[in-house]
Ligand binder design. Structure first.
Ligand code: SF4
Length: 292
């Protein structure tokens, strides 16, 4: 039996009707639609979770530069800084920045990462989710619940808009990653279904219009540093949602707005590197240096 949920309204209704959490509905549907058992769905999620943790551990100690030489040592820099000057906002904030940079720098070194939803945005969800999980002593099972919740958010957004900078700009990559991260963290923090969907909607709503203008066509600048920024963005959304702040625009309509914004965005700002940061004086110099 196939079960399809393609909107957040449908997801919420299913959760209410079945008396289940988002991750429970998501894993049951994944199992039904793929002839797997729920334990196999969770085992698959666990492999992704393990790979996310591995990418962080490798990225925290590597200083290898990317092909262009533009990126690869910011994680090292931030760790050195925090050794002498702890972050104003505490240890969890430090971890979020470190983990996001560790993962996204592993991506530009062609290391093993989990695209969530894409490679360029791979550091956002693991950084936010795993920093909070560690500092709140969340079990592996709770982390899997959070990851499956985030996956369901990404899946439903992707049912409407292709998650690619070339289609809808960086709002569809780093923006959606932040929205997924907000869902994961809200789940970890005991948020209700409404709070999880509000956190996700708030994160996405507040990044609409973000362009994709990578320097020299490489997924390095601005991509790497967007990861720590948007991991922190997700935490802001979670704290607001847990306090009862709501997205006045329902989540499905926020996704509609993202789709419309992406369609109206100039092709020069959708991964073609023909405008924005890519065509600044420095951006063009980098392109010339790297590609001649
Ligand atoms: S700027 Fe473009 S290439 Fe870089 S992460 Fe965003 S969408 Fe991906």
């Amino acid at each position: 039996m196939e079960t399809n949920i393609n909107t957040f309204e449908q997801l919420k209704n299913e959760c209410i009707e079945r008396g289940k959490e988002i991750y429970e509905v998501a894993q049951e549907n994944m199992a039904l639609n793929s002839d797997l058992k729920i334990e196999q769905v969770r085992a698959h999620a666990n492999r992704s979770l393990f790979a996310m943790k591995e990418a962080i551990q490798v990225g925290l100690v590597s200083k290898e530069l990317s092909m262009s030489g533009m990126c690869g040592q910011d994680c090292f820099r931030i760790q050195e800084r925090f050794k002498k000057h702890p972050a104003l906002f505490g240890g969890t904030f430090e971890k979020i920045l470190k983990y996001a940079l560790a993962t996204s720098e592993e991506n530009i070194r062609m290391g093993r990462i989990v695209a969530c939803p894409t490679a360029g945005s791979c550091g956002i969800l693991p950084a936010a989710m795993l920093s909070v999980a560690e500092d709140c002593d969340c079990s592996i099972e709770a982390q899997l619940d959070a990851l499956i919740t985030a996956g369901e958010i990404g899946r439903i957004v992707a049912a409407k808009v292709a998650l690619a900078g070339a289609v809808a700009g960086c709002q569809a990559e780093c923006g959606v990653a932040s929205s997924m991260a907000a869902a994961a963290v809200c789940q970890l923090r005991g948020g209700t279904i409404d709070q999880i969907l509000n956190a996700s909607a708030l994160a996405l709503k507040n990044i609409l219009g973000l362009t994709c203008d990578p320097v020299a066509g490489l997924v390095e600048v601005p991509c790497v540093k967007r990861n720590p920024f948007l991991a922190v963005h997700a935490i802001t959304a979670v704290e607001l949602a847990l306090a009862g702040v709501e997205s006045k625009i329902p989540f499905d309509e926020v996704v509609d707005a993202m789709e419309q914004t992406g369609a109206m965005m100039s092709p020069t700002l959708k991964e073609s590197s023909q405008a924005g940061l890519a065509t600044t004086k420095t951006g063009l110099e980098v392109q010339k240096r790297v590609f001649g």
